[in-house]
Every structure is written in structure tokens, then in C-alpha cells.
Write a protein that binds this ligand. Structure first.
Ligand code: BES
Ligand code: MN
Ligand code: ZN
Length: 497
């Protein structure tokens, strides 16, 4: 570990990964991965029949690998991509991730593609290979005193020459998207005492200036001026100031405008409603995963030529108990004027989110998409593999679902069922910040919906997929960076709903 903490070591590391497309493996590439599906001819480079592969226990399931050392010192790794008729970009991404881990002692990895991917758009294949290799190999080493991990520095794609142009275009795009997800993972992994809201504001300022974004960091005085009582209320127990970080991307000629809102709870102790320190709460430094995904996504929009205006609103503070902290029964007056009776200080995400949503609505964006590690209930309902998505508009919902499909960051539509709205009625304010004993992800979404009003809005509850519980494909166990690639894909195809 170096003496100064770098909150985003992947920024430079992924930029430095070299990406090449060639016709035949070069002499210095010691590891060559070859994609193999579950039936039909085995690519000649593997040098083994289907029968021999089967006898060695290799069936070609997606992400399965079989390492075959060669006499000349090189290594071939057979990598499964599943059923031939079902090979899609997600399978290729998972295969590349598994390959990069199987070759974990090599800095350079080559992947040969042939028949098994011939039905797919070559640009998507190139993108998936680079995303998979970089993300499958991701490790967070910033805080170790010494690291034995070999970093990935080169990805080579071996393919027929007529595919090269498309593969290269896709591979470059894949490197940008992989950087976004890696940066989002870094931000989630950074401990709460190192990445505070003011530190996040400074970092966002640096990233914005390096990646062609506008930035405005609202400090506590500015938030008081604006009347952002939701964010300020949560911040009351903290030794550190809050920040509302407004990031803007304005490409020339764009007309449509997408607003992205991220929950940035740098650490969620629960506040006065203190959480127990059991294992699920040891991860609460990751309660800023939504804000991290928005910043990381926006940091690659200029280089990817995203064609629409995007403004990100990151609502940042930690949630701490202290003698100054918000108390049960306190009432927060939010930016829109709506008031909230706070009956559980651990339902803090929605308090900070509504001030950010209000600012986005004031800026007259065409749609707001928010992303938040909002409820344990959503994690219970869907598990870690999918985010819950809620929406007040079918158009924006369809766009989010399409982006989830492309990025393989899966979402599941949950109902914004107005019949539960009365559970949020307060005896003394416009609304209270907790609902009933069940349906917690829905009542949290209904709460946010009030601030979105008539603006087309979708809400991603990523409490489940903020981290992967086991290593699979391009998803190593730990902070997932979920949402960064989904948001880039969303912005890339965004149209006014
Ligand atoms: N950050 C948590 C939600 C969470 C839980 C995210 C587990 C990831 C993993 C959120 O602030 C929270 O504490 N929600 C409460 C709401 C409740 C008090 C209404 C919850 O889900 O228990
Ligand atoms: Mn909480
Ligand atoms: Zn939280």
C-alpha cells in the first residue's frame, strides 16, 4: 500500500490495459484461451477431440475452464460458452472472465474466437471479451501492505481478419465500460473513513475535469441555502459535512436530457436506530454504490460519444449517531417543501434521495433514473443477482430493461402498488419515512415517487446486487460496481419517454 490512499486505483490501471486484435497468436502470448461450446466440432487449436475433453471433465458449460499446458511452455485454456444456439454476449463475457481468472498468473491473456460466436455482432463480442477479462480479473489490492496478484495488462483477440475492424471498435468500447465498472467497484470497496462525502466531492471534481464533465459540489452552507432538509437531517450526526454533487455531461447538439440520481451514504450505521454489527451490516461502506455507479458511468460518456445530455445528482453523507443526530419524531423539510416525519433513522436513503430527485425535477430533465442500495427487503425478495426496478412510466421502464439486458446487469420489475401508499401516512407531516411490516421495497419506492411527481421516473433498488456473494464469470465475489454499465447503455440509447 502506498502512503497516500487512491480511491480509484482502477482508473489508471484499466486505461493502461492494451487491447489488440490479431489473426494468429503471437510468440510472446503464453496463454491462449479458446472458446468451446457444448456440442459440435472442437476448435482445432485445442488439439483434443470432444471425447477427450469429456473424459477430462470438460463439458463446455459457460465459464468452465480446462488448462492444457503445452510442451513448448505455452498454455491453452479451453473455455466453455454453453449451448451453441444460446451463445450470446453475456456468455462470452462470462467465459472471458473465467479465462482471465484461470490465467491469473499471466499479465497478458489472448482469446481465440471462431464458429461459436459467428452468429453474434462482432463488435459486441469484442466488447464482451474485454469487459469479461478485465472485470473477471478485478481484485481490490489498494489497502494490502503487499500484493502477490498479477495485474492484467493486455488482452488480445485472435480472429479472422474480416472481423478485425468491428472487434477493435467493440474492444475499445469494452475497455471504457470495464473501467467504469472497476471504478465503481473501487469506490464501493473504499472504507467509509477514507472516502467521506467531502473526499467524494473532491474526487468527483478531479474525475470530472479529466473526463470532460461539468461539476458543481454543493457544501453544507449551499444545501442550507437550498433547503435540502432531507440530506441535512441525515448528516446531523456526522463529523463530516454532506455534499450534493452535481455532474453534467453536455455533448454538442444534444436535446434529450437524462437525470441520474445516486444514493451516496458513505457509511450507514443506522443512526440513532443503530444497526447490529452482524455480517450484513459490515458491508455498509458500500451504501454509496448508487452514487459510485452514476459517477463511474458518467466518467466514460464523453469517450463513448453518448449523444444526450446527462446530469448526475449524488446525495452524499454518512449516517451516524451522535448527540447532534436526527431523532425519531423529527420532521425534515425537504427541497420541494414536502415534509417527512422521521420514525426510523435507518430509513435514511430515501431522505437524501428525495432532495436529489427534487433538484433533477427542477432542472426539467426528460426522465429521472435513480439508483440506490435502498432496502434489505429488496435483497430478501430478489437475492443478490437482480436489482428491483420500479417506474411511474412504461417508456422509461422499457429503456431501463433494455439497458439491463445489454449490460447483463439484471433487473426485475416490481409493482409500484398505490394501495400501499396509506402506510406512509404521518400523524403530523406530509409523509413518514417507514411503511408497514412487509412490502418494504415497494413502500420505499412509493415514497420516492412522490418527489418525482409527473416526471417519468424509474428507481433501481440495488441492495441485493451491490456485491456478489460468490465468484462467477465476470463477477468476482465482493463489490460489484452494479449499475455503472447499465447506466452507460441507458444513456447511449436514451430518448425522451
Ligand atoms: N442501506 C440500507 C439497506 C441495505 C440493507 C442495503 C442491506 C444493502 C444491504 C438502508 O438504508 C436501510 O437500512 N434500510 C432499512 C429500511 C427500514 C428501516 C425501513 C432496511 O431495509 O432494513
Ligand atoms: Mn439505513
Ligand atoms: Zn442505507
Amino acid at each position: 500500500m502506498s502512503s497516500t490512499f487512491d480511491p480509484v486505483p482502477s482508473e489508471a490501471a484499466v486505461r493502461a490495459v492494451s487491447v489488440e486484435v490479431v489473426e494468429a497468436p503471437q510468440g510472446d502470448a503464453t496463454v491462449l484461451g479458446i472458446l468451446v461450446d457444448k456440442s459440435g466440432d472442437v476448435p482445432a487449436g485445442v488439439g483434443l477431440s470432444r471425447e477427450s475433453l469429456k473424459r477430462a471433465g470438460f463439458s463446455g458449460n459457460t465459464g468452465q475452464t480446462l488448462t492444457l499446458p503445452r510442451q513448448d511452455g505455452s498454455t491453452v485454456i479451453a473455455v466453455g460458452v454453453g449451448e451453441p444456439e444460446k451463445v450470446d454476449a453475456a456468455a462470452v463475457r462470462d467465459a472471458a472472465g473465467a479465462l482471465a481468472r484461470a490465467a491469473s498468473h499471466d499479465a497478458a491473456v489472448a482469446v481465440a474466437i471462431g464458429e461459436e460466436t459467428s452468429g453474434l455482432d462482432a463488435a459486441l463480442v469484442g466488447q464482451a471479451i474485454v469487459e469479461g477479462a478485465v472485470l473477471g480479473r478485478y481484485r481490490y489490492e489498494e489497502l494490502r501492505s503487499s500484493s502477490e496478484v498479477t495485474a492484467l495488462t493486455a488482452v488480445t483477440i485472435v480472429a479472422a481478419s474480416e472481423l478485425h475492424e468491428a472487434l477493435r471498435t467493440g474492444a475499445d468500447r469494452g475497455r471504457s465500460l470495464a473501467r467504469a465498472t472497476s471504478v465503481a467497484r473501487d469506490l464501493s470497496n473504499a472504507p467509509g473513513s477514507l472516502l467521506t462525502a467531502p473526499a467524494f466531492g473532491d474526487l468527483a471534481t478531479r474525475i470530472a475535469s479529466e473526463t470532460g464533465l461539468g461539476i458543481e459540489v454543493l457544501d453544507k452552507a449551499a444545501l442550507e441555502e437550498l433547503g435540502c432538509g432531507g440530506l441535512l437531517g441525515v448528516n446531523r450526526g456526522s463529523a463530516d459535512e454532506p455534499r450534493m454533487i452535481k455532474v453534467s455531461y453536455r455533448p454538442e447538439g444534444a436535446t434529450a436530457h437524462l437525470g441520474l440520481v445516486g444514493k451516496g451514504i458513505m457509511y450507514d450505521s443506522g443512526g440513532i436506530s443503530l444497526k447490529p454489527s452482524n455480517s450484513s451490516h459490515q458491508q455498509m461502506k458500500m451504501d454509496m454504490t448508487g452514487a459510485g455507479a452514476v459517477l463511474a458511468a458518467m466518467s466514460v460518456m464523453a469517450e463513448l460519444g453518448v449523444p444526450v445530455n446527462v446530469t448526475g445528482y449524488l446525495a452524499c453523507t454518512d449516517n451516524m449517531p451522535s448527540s447532534h443526530a436526527q431523532k425519531l419524531g423529527d420532521v425534515a423539510v425537504t427541497r420541494s417543501g414536502r415534509t417527512i416525519e422521521v420514525l426510523n433513522t435507518d430509513a435514511e436513503g430515501r431522505l437524501v434521495m428525495v432532495d436529489a430527485i427534487a433538484l433533477a425535477v427542477e432542472d426539467e430533465v426528460d426522465a429521472v433514473v435513480d439508483i440506490a442500495t435502498l432496502t434489505g427487503a429488496c435483497l430478501m425478495a430478489l437475492g443478490p443477482l437482480s436489482a428491483g426496478v420500479f417506474a411511474n412510466d412504461d417508456g422509461i421502464l422499457a429503456q431501463v430493461k433494455a439497458a439491463a439486458e445489454t449490460s447483463d446487469e439484471s433487473v426485475w420489475h416490481l409493482p409500484l402498488d398505490r394501495r400501499y401508499r396509506k402506510l406512509l401516512d404521518s400523524e403530523i407531516a406530509d409523509v413518514k419515512n417507514i411503511g408497514g411490516d412487509s412490502g418494504g421495497a415497494i413502500t420505499a419506492a412509493l415514497f420516492l415517487a412522490e418527489w418525482a411527481g409527473e416526471t417519468p421516473w424509474a428507481h433501481l433498488d440495488i441492495a441485493g446486487p451491490m456485491r456478489w456473494e460468490s465468484t462467477e464469470g465476470y463477477r468476482p465475489k465482493g463489490a460489484s460496481g452494479f449499475g455503472a454499465r447499465l447506466l452507460v447503455e441507458l444513456a447511449q440509447g436514451f430518448t425522451k419517454p
